[in-house]
Ligand binder design. Structure first.
Ligand code: GCO
Length: 255
């Protein structure tokens, strides 16, 4: 069947950064169930091993790669080590943090921490992994953006700037690496129930605002991201490049 080949992830080796919990772990589990070999990443060894054990106990092919995506040296040695074992077919840049503070009160330290984790890490990871993909003239990179790649919200200035930058980094990567056989695309999640948004969910006013602001009238479930991740990781997206797909229940399309 045509669809079998298009969306087939069997044997694909997919590295997902920041995947020892939240959206990253859900994406990894979903792609693993579609046949991929997934590599989880995080900085916290115990949390990472627990995430790997959890997915392995369901029969998935999972490996762990403990390293800091904001460290140029750690990224270089981790990717060299992984590539020495076997090629990485897909990189999903999912690692990200949120710090909620108004821009007139933000410290340079907090600003740089958010930009480094949410944007610079994608450049460091993309640059390192792309080198192998360029040699093989094939490979896919998926950057996890946000509705804040296009929309602002008070107290999230650093995050918004980083996610806006990540959307355009996706296009810059497409310009440089598209002609070399790579596809680089992005996903823009809306409001999802995760550790990062827990304080917002627990705020009844904010919770109601999200539900009423979203045409789907609900928060996203992490599993809602598996479809888009599978599309951008598979042959189905071989002629799609530099695009961002909002998985937001319609939030970015209506007033
Ligand atoms: C916030 C949230 C958002 C979400 C997500 C929306 O403070 O408004 O943390 O940033 O996490 O990015 O797409």
């Amino acid at each position: 069947m045509m669809s079998d080949r298009l969306f087939n992830l069997t044997g694909k080796r997919i590295l997902i950064t920041g995947s020892n919990g939240g959206l990253g772990l859900a994406i990894a589990g979903g792609l693993g169930r579609l046949g991929a070999s997934v590599i989880l990443n995080g900085r916290d060894e115990a949390k990472l091993n627990a995430a790997v054990d959890g997915l392995r106990s369901t029969g998935l092919d999972v490996a762990a790669a403990r390293f800091d995506v904001t460290s140029e040296a750690e990224v270089a040695s981790a990717i060299d080590g992984l590539e020495a074992e076997a090629p990485i077919d897909v990189l999903i840049n999912n690692a990200g943090i949120q710090r909620r503070v108004r821009l007139d009160e933000i410290t340079l330290e907090v600003w740089e921490e958010v930009l480094r984790t949410n944007l610079t890490s994608a450049m460091l990871m993309g640059r390192q992994v792309a080198r192998g993909m360029i040699t093989r003239q094939r490979g896919k990179i998926v950057n996890i953006c946000s509705v804040m790649s296009d929309l602002g919200r008070t107290t999230t200035g650093a995050y918004t700037a980083a996610k806006g930058g990540l959307k355009m980094l996706t296009r810059a990567m497409c310009a440089d690496w598209g002609p070399l056989g790579l596809q680089i695309n992005a996903i823009g999640p809306g409001y999802f129930a995760t550790e990062m948004t827990q304080p917002l969910i627990e705020n009844p006013e904010f919770n109601a605002w999200v539900v009423n602001r979203t045409p789907a009238r609900r928060w996203g479930e992490p599993s809602d991201l598996v479809g888009a991740s599978a599309f951008f990781s598979s042959a189905a997206s071989d002629f799609v490049n530099g695009q961002i797909l909002y998985v937001d229940g319609g939030m970015t399309t209506v007033l």
